[in-house]
Design a protein around this ligand. Structure first.
Ligand code: HEC
Length: 280
């Protein structure tokens, strides 16, 4: 695709500026991020996602246009900043991905396994290669949809719902998980995200109990990760951090993943949603 090539040029031109010898690498990354924001490759994913939302797929040859993301069938604008939330038809608290999986089953006729088969794009993530139902080659239909739907909440206030008892339960479970330490290194989320100004190598680690940090962290996912050349969702971020903790693999769209995201969304409440963003 032409834009891909233009972008590759931009990257080639800017990357050498990011020498680790730089006095303040973080500042440089920030500058670089701003430079790229205007031509964020996430737009390609968003465009594909919008198309996929309207595309008839699956055994029922139906689109997702009647999918209820919490604001009524087919309402996409503002849906992301209200998620995760409780859905009466499934009796579960769901984030965007698990809700999309539900709609792929109920509207399009996929099996639950097919709907969740390829949650993430590209390499470095669990995936099955070409799958006529849920993925096209390295691409993930799920990721493309997430990119577009999230983009339809850009500029809006993060306002997850925590009024239903199951939403409160998910929040509490997420909080417990956040502080739970285990595994070979006795890590918990709190180990890396519980202190101000903590870093791993060159990366700033947001303190999730600090509203400003949490708002920025939550409000910038999904994001296009330059280091991977892929758009990544919040589900991926959870999967990757859990992997870093050397915990058993976090199951895609599982209650545990949704609980963590519910906790983070609530910590970020009141912040402005600004995603898909561009990430290092
Ligand atoms: C071993 C350290 C470590 C642990 C433990 C860890 N993370 Fe992370 N986390 C990271 C790193 C590194 C990044 C990426 C920072 C970057 O790329 O700028 C990150 C990024 C994130 C982000 C995105 C922040 C942003 O601003 O883009 C979120 C959200 C997050 N982690 C949540 C969690 C949660 C929830 C847990 C527990 C399940 C967890 N992390 C456990 C190291 C960790």
């Amino acid at each position: 695709m032409r834009i891909d090539r233009v972008l590759a040029g931009v990257l080639a031109a800017t990357l050498p500026c990011l020498s680790p010898a730089q006095q303040d690498t973080q500042k440089e990354i920030e500058r670089y991020r701003q430079m790229l924001q205007e031509s964020n490759p996430a737009e390609l994913y968003e465009a594909r996602g919008e198309e996929l939302w309207k595309t008839r797929r699956g055994p029922r040859n139906a689109s997702l246009e009647r999918c209820d993301l919490g604001l009524g069938p087919g309402v996409v604008k503002g849906a992301y900043v209200r998620l995760p939330r409780y859905f009466a038809d499934t009796g579960r608290v769901q984030d965007l991905e698990s809700r999309l999986a539900t709609c792929m089953v109920t509207l399009q006729g996929f099996t639950p396994e097919e709907a969740r088969r390829k949650p993430f794009s590209g390499t470095g993530a669990p995936m099955i290669t070409t799958d006529p139902f849920s993925g096209v080659g390295q691409r993930s239909v799920m990721t493309d949809l997430v990119a577009w739907i999230a983009s339809e909440s850009r500029g809006m206030t993060i306002a997850p719902s925590v009024s239903h008892p199951k939403e409160r339960l998910a929040y509490q479970a997420g909080e417990r998980l956040f502080y739970y330490r285990a595994g070979p290194y006795d890590f918990g989320c709190v180990t890396c995200h519980g202190e101000e100004g903590k870093r791993i190598r060159l990366q700033n680690l947001p303190k999730m109990t600090n509203a400003k940090d949490a708002q920025r962290a939550f409000g910038t996912w999904p994001g296009y990760r330059v280091s991977e050349g892929e758009l990544r969702s919040m589900q991926w971020r959870m999967w990757e951090c859990v992997r870093q903790m050397r915990f058993p693999e976090l199951e895609f769209a599982s209650d545990a993943s949704i609980a963590l995201i519910t906790y983070l969304a609530k910590q970020a409440e009141g912040g402005t949603f600004d995603a898909p963003a561009i990430k290092r």
